[in-house]
Design a protein around this ligand. Structure first.
Ligand code: ZN
Length: 247
């Protein structure tokens, strides 16, 4: 069965719709690794869209802060400002939905979902050293994670951690990665709504466990229209600008 894997949507409906259009007809189930909201201008629309997908969803740190599960005090001032703005915008039913999201790891058939790391939903996994514990203790050979907004991942094979990077090639909007036996994987589909890996395009993945492949996609979306909505909403300038740089 083919799974659409999305993460870190961050209230960016234009990016999410570009992803859903590109992935149309290519998946049976959707899994979402959290951070549906925060930063962007469309919190209710983004939550409604994910709910309509009937997706398996786990919570991210922004979902927790916005819905009051945690205090946004640990957030930097810019992020905290958008947490409070988002909380004001959200309909009660959507706040409740975010509050009810489970903490990873959560199984999705043959693989697992986490927001941050296998051991800590709020931990960032950027380096092989940070990935190693999770790879060793992974509840399944394949775990998808988000939180860093970097498309890529890590593989553990015969005691060695490999760093994986993906970029579309051959005129296709995706690259196809083959899963090897006897290997543990931590894979990040990238961020739908606020990529930070230098590629401004929305990132996502499609996993096909029957064929042991994962496609890593990048699709363009209308960034300026999102920036205009952010400006109208009075969201902080640095958050508006960073969409243009993918940082
Ligand atoms: Zn995020």
């Amino acid at each position: 069965m083919r799974h659409l894997i999305i993460s870190d949507i961050h209230s960016n409906l234009t990016a999410l719709d570009a992803v859903l259009e590109a992935a149309q007809g290519r998946w049976v189930k959707t899994a979402c690794l959290g951070d549906l909201v925060g930063y962007g201008p469309d919190p209710n629309e983004a939550v409604n869209r994910v709910r309509a997908l009937g997706a398996l969803v786990i919570r991210g740190n922004h979902d927790k802060a916005v819905s009051g599960v945690t205090d946004p005090e640990d957030f930097n001032p810019v992020a905290r400002a958008t947490v409070l703005w988002t909380r004001q915008q959200l309909l009660p039913e959507n706040l409740q939905y975010l509050q009810s999201l489970p903490r990873g790891p959560v199984p999705a058939g043959e693989f697992f979902l986490v927001h941050g790391s296998v051991h800590d939903e709020d931990e960032y996994v950027y380096s092989p050293a940070q990935a190693l514990d999770g790879l060793l203790d992974a509840p399944a050979p394949l775990v998808f994670f988000g939180h860093t907004h970097f498309q890529g991942g890590f593989a553990l094979r015969e005691g060695e951690v490999q760093v994986l990077g993906f970029a579309p090639s051959g005129g296709k909007p995706y690259s196809t990665f083959s899963l090897e036996p006897d290997t543990a994987y931590l894979l990040n589909p990238g961020s739908v709504g606020q990529p930070r890996d230098g590629d401004v395009r929305a990132g996502f993945a499609i996993a096909d466990l029957e064929n042991r492949t994962v496609e890593f996609w990048r699709v363009p979306y209308d960034i300026e229209i999102v920036q205009a909505r952010m400006a109208r909403a009075g969201l902080p300038e640095p958050l508006i600008l960073r969409l243009s740089y993918g940082r």
